[in-house]
Write a protein that binds this ligand. Structure first.
Ligand code: GLN
Length: 447
């Protein structure tokens, strides 16, 4: 059932829908849900484990937050509730949203419903796998460097990363505050527009929230609008044959829909990866400083003084990937290295933004891969650098703060979904949804 259909159900029907979904989720062996909490009766939305729902556990899939109960609702949850939606279930994720596979979760990996020997992507892997497997109607995820778009692509569903500042971050556990955005993961483009409308808009509780009125995307959806869409040729070269085939298919479909395709080049993506992993880890090291064994969740036993408590709690509570990033983040912020790494990365971030501005002077949208290949096997991206490289197509969008939608285009020979993204101008998101709808109508992807 689609989200927009569920919105028309009566209370009794919603109640049995919630029960049916929870039952399916409990019987599933995908490990997409890590909790089966539910609130009142309403249109059920699965919630990533880094978004606060009052009185529910929130752990960011980490040992260090075991036992912590959210004391308030995130703004997105408040907004959903007002509109008759009901948070239901906790989706698995990479620990503190750091990862590209959901394998860094304290609860163990989620499996890809299209092939259970493969990862669902990450970090919002639980949200994407659940929607793809019919265990959730729709879900919320968060995207710091691709964590909505990439799992959506690996699982054959739709994911939208909003313009930075369009969705309140109040109540989202911070990973990298200048990059994080909450967004929808849904079965199709129309549902993504609908759920996005429910959570978007100014929030005085978030100092980075943009004070701009949100105009309904769903009500203004129009797949007959024509746009100029840029393809970044030097980006596509590094992708696998499956992804290249999906690009060709999408270009053909977009042309048939009446859009104009133009070809461009951009800065080499190797700067995106380095820049992102310096800025994201610097912000993460700072944001995660609060987990000290005193204020939140897990507390190590047997510490003789507060310093030892701090060391022991953090050593026992954080997983390897999170520790690696705290180390890297503190390194790039330390005196002597701050200018060479952190300041330099901020300058390159600016250059990347200028590159995108140049393209958007000529085009309304950009069509791009999301990942270099289809969903990797479980364990295949164990080497951290290999994993970071797999983020090459998504990171720049967060560095620049742009909106982008990920949608499935085709399946490869092994029956695995291949998705692509349409990237748009900041605060101008209607064209993304309109063009994505025109593409979805023509590629006719069947999950
Ligand atoms: N894979 C990227 C990282 O590990 C992005 C994660 C995200 O968007 N939360 O940082």
């Amino acid at each position: 059932m689609k989200l927009r259909e569920a919105c028309k159900l009566s209370k009794e029907e919603l109640k049995s829908l919630q029960e049916e979904l929870l039952q399916k989720a409990k019987e599933s062996d995908l490990n997409a849900y890590i909790g089966f909490e539910r609130s009142e009766i309403g249109v059920p939305i699965l919630i990533k484990d880094n978004i606060q729902v009052k009185n529910w556990p929130i752990t960011c899939a980490s040992k260090i937050l075991q036992g912590y109960i959210a004391p308030y609702n995130a703004t997105v949850i408040e907004k959903l509730k007002v509109k008759g939606f009901a948070p239901m279930g906790r989706a698995n994720m990479d620990e503190f949203a750091m990862g590209s596979t959901t394998e860094s979760s304290f609860y163990g990996p989620t499996k890809n419903p299209h092939d259970t020997t493969r990862v669902p992507g990450g970090s919002s892997g639980g949200s994407a796998a659940a929607v793809a497997a019919g265990l959730a109607i729709a879900a919320l995820g968060s995207d710091t460097g691709g964590s909505i778009r990439q799992p959506a692509s690996y699982c054959g569903v739709v994911g939208f990363k909003p313009t930075y500042g369009k969705v309140s971050r109040y109540g989202l556990s911070a990973y990298a505050s200048s990059l994080d955005q909450i967004g929808p993961i849904t079965q199709d483009v129309k549902d993504a527009a609908l759920l996005y409308d429910m959570i978007a808009g100014y929030d005085e509780k978030d100092s980075t929230s943009a004070n701009i009125a949100h105009t309904s995307i769903y009500k203004n959806l129009d797949s007959s609008q024509k746009y100029t869409i840029a393809v970044i040729d030097n980006y596509v070269e590094a992708a696998s044959e499956d992804v290249k085939e999906a690009m060709q298919k999408a270009i053909k479909a977009l042309k048939e829909a009446g859009h104009t395709i133009i070809h461009k080049n951009l800065l080499n993506t190797k700067y995106d990866i380095a820049t992102y992993y310096i800025i994201a880890t610097a912000e993460a090291a700072t944001n995660l400083g609060r987990y000290d064994g005193v204020r939140y969740g897990y507390r190590a036993e047997g510490a003789k003084n507060s310093m030892e408590l701090f060391f022991k709690t953090r050593s026992e509570g954080f997983g390897d990937e999170v520790k690696r990033r705290i180390l890297l983040g503190n390194f790039v912020l330390s005196s002597g290295y701050y200018d060479a790494y952190y300041i330099k990365a901020q300058k390159v971030r600016h250059l990347i933004k200028e590159e995108y501005n140049k393209i958007f002077a000529k085009a309304d949208l950009i069509l791009s891969p999301i990942a270099p290949s289809v969903a990797p096997k479980l364990g295949q991206l164990q080497d951290p650098l290999t994993m970071y490289k797999s983020d090459m197509y998504t990171l720049a969008i967060n560095l620049v703060g742009l909106p982008a939608i990920s949608l499935p285009i085709m399946k490869n020979k092994e029956n695995l979904p291949v998705g692509l993204q349409l990237i748009g101008k900041a605060f101008n998101e209607q064209p993304i949804f309109n063009a994505a709808l025109s593409l979805e109508e023509r590629v006719n992807y069947k999950g």
